[in-house]
Design a protein around this ligand. Structure first.
Ligand code: ADP
Ligand code: MG
Ligand code: MG
Length: 511
């Protein structure tokens, strides 16, 4: 779509220019932690027995072109999205209705709900919540409009483990550095360094965590306090997380520890007042009262191998630590919730965003999404999804996170044919957003990939809210936009996940 929407870009590189650019990119990246742990086949485990190796994170050589109006639109709606999703997460009764449609056909959602119900039966002891959200968009140009004015359409909304905020700040700084040392060839578009948008996601997300830590209040156990980063083990994207840890420590003086999900039951306990106590295995006589548990794990069913992981999840959920996210907040981020809000003529948005102007701004960012159930919209969607000609404009998504789970376009009818019809409602059907074409060069695993690319913009939102006594009651304590992420993939690939192995981190050159 819109092949000539953007001006010609990026400029060509001579052999010498390319070498100079790459040398600087590689050195700056490692020197500034724009890095990941290497993966096979790039490096085999026996080549890195000490786990000491790091390599450059996948990045674009050039900042990609991005309409300034679209970046501003996405940022301006961030606080409305904080309101919307904190309101959904505080409305257990409404969420229950959503979850009930999935209970029979999605074991993971059913198991998460069981954790919530078990803790509810005991009673919650922590009314405070932390949301570190990321709303993802692509640029959309209406092909029927006489004058192409780009807007944004939402791909999805993430309420758990929204990653790459750590690396995003670094990649915008990398591109600014490359520009400042004349590593880019002459180009009108690159002449103005103020067109390079710098991401503030590291200080923004760290501030969000600090606000929750502060709202938790003083330790009542007499123990020092800490924030826990709940992580996967092994984790290749560890530096992304480390940047947030270091900022929380350096900017706000908060102690942080990384706790692998598999060690929760070994290293933490819940005391009689349900305070979460962390005892680091490296310091046998030290104990900490945990103020905030920031999840960078626990979002995928494959992480819950046995009852131990579910027990670990219950342990955290029933504790007095502020969860980022709680089970309800995690469930608010399901694709099903997004679909219920974005199905054309849906009445639900109003329930959570009574402010008409805010609701209108959010509504503008929705692309049409349909259920695959027996409702009227669902019947219509079933027709679209089973016909190869119409299915080609859609993507089918299950209730999963982390990339690699979707079924695209012409593959949808065959996929549905093999799936028992009772399981169809576990998926949603979404119109594909077709952003305007542009070129870039992706540097990934030591290889350069040049050609057409597609960019996905993520806007982080941080908020701390307090749920009230009655279901649906809530008061917002802190809410702000917390920086941006641009991820870029080859236009031949449907998926864009950087960690899933398809994309790169990028920054926006505003046009
Ligand atoms: P996940 O939670 O696994 O990240 P997403 O909804 O973000 O799931 O889908 C993964 C990827 O699929 C996105 O990053 C994007 O590249 C692509 N994608 C998803 N929905 C759309 C859409 N409506 N239009 C175009 N691409 C999409
Ligand atoms: Mg997601
Ligand atoms: Mg995504």
């Amino acid at each position: 779509m819109a092949p000539n929407f953007y001006p010609a870009y990026p400029p060509d590189l001579s052999r010498e220019q390319q070498e100079y650019l790459l040398t600087n990119l590689k050195d700056w990246s490692i020197a500034h932690g724009l890095a990941v742990r290497p993966a096979p086949p790039y490096v085999q485990p026996q080549q890195d027995l000490s786990g000491a190796l790091a390599t450059t994170a996948p990045v674009t050589l050039f900042p990609s072109l991005f309409p300034q109006a679209c970046l501003e639109q996405a940022k301006s709606v961030a606080k409305a999205y904080n309101e919307l999703y904190s309101a959904i997460a505080s409305d257990e009764g409404w969420l229950q209705g959503i979850v009930e449609e999935l209970l029979e056909i999605d074991d993971f959602i059913a198991d998460l709900w069981k954790v919530h119900l078990a803790v509810k039966a005991e009673g919650f002891v922590q009314p405070l919540n932390l949301g570190l959200f990321r709303s993802d968009y692509m640029v959309h140009v209406d092909p029927s409009a006489s004058q192409a004015s780009p807007t944004i359409k939402q791909v999805e909304f993430n309420t758990i483990a929204s990653s790459f905020g750590g690396l995003s700040t670094q990649v915008s700084a990398l591109h600014e550095h490359l520009l400042s040392i004349d590593a880019y060839p002459q180009s009108d578009l690159l002449a103005n360094s103020s067109a390079l948008s710098q991401s503030t996601s590291v200080p923004g997300l760290a501030l969000g965590m600090f606000k929750a830590h502060e709202a938790y209040g003083r330790s009542t156990t007499g123990l020092p306090t800490c924030v826990i980063f709940l992580v996967q083990d092994p984790e290749r994207n560890v530096f992304d997380q480390r940047h947030l840890e270091y900022a929380l420590n350096e900017n706000h003086g908060v102690k942080t520890f990384r706790l692998p999900f598999g060690r929760v039951l070994d290293d933490t306990k819940v005391d009689t007042n349900r305070k979460l106590i962390y005892s680091p295995p490296h310091a046998p006589n030290k104990h900490f009262e945990v103020t905030v548990v920031y999840f960078r794990a626990g979002y995928s069913p494959s992480e819950y191998e046995s009852h131990r992981e579910w027990d670990a999840r219950i342990q955290i959920e029933r504790s007095a630590a502020i969860k980022c996210p709680s089970i309800l907040t995690q469930l608010a981020g399901t694709k099903k919730v997004q679909q219920v809000l974005a199905t054309p003529h849906s009445p639900h948005l109003k329930r959570f965003l009574p402010d008409d102007a805010q609701a209108a701004d959010v509504l503008k960012t929705f692309a049409p999404i349909y259920p695959l159930d027996k409702s009227e919209a669902g019947q219509e969607a079933r027709k679209l999804a089973t016909n190869p000609d119409t299915a080609a404009r859609y993507v089918l998504k299950p209730q999963r996170e982390g990339g690699g789970n979707n079924v695209y376009r012409k593959a949808i009818p065959g996929f549905l044919k093999d799936l028992p019809e009772t399981h169809w409602p576990a998926h949603i059907l979404m119109e594909m957003i077709e952003p305007p074409a542009q070129d870039n060069v992706i540097f990934r695993n030591g290889e350069m990939l040049k050609g057409g690319v597609i960019c996905e913009l993520g806007i982080y939102g941080a908020c701390v809210w307090k749920t009230g006594e009655k279901d649906g009651e809530r008061s917002m304590i802190e809410s702000f936009e917390a920086g941006y992420l641009l991820r870029t993939k080859g236009s031949g690939s449907e998926e864009g996940g950087v960690a899933a192995g398809f994309g790169s981190v990028d920054s926006a050159l505003l046009v």
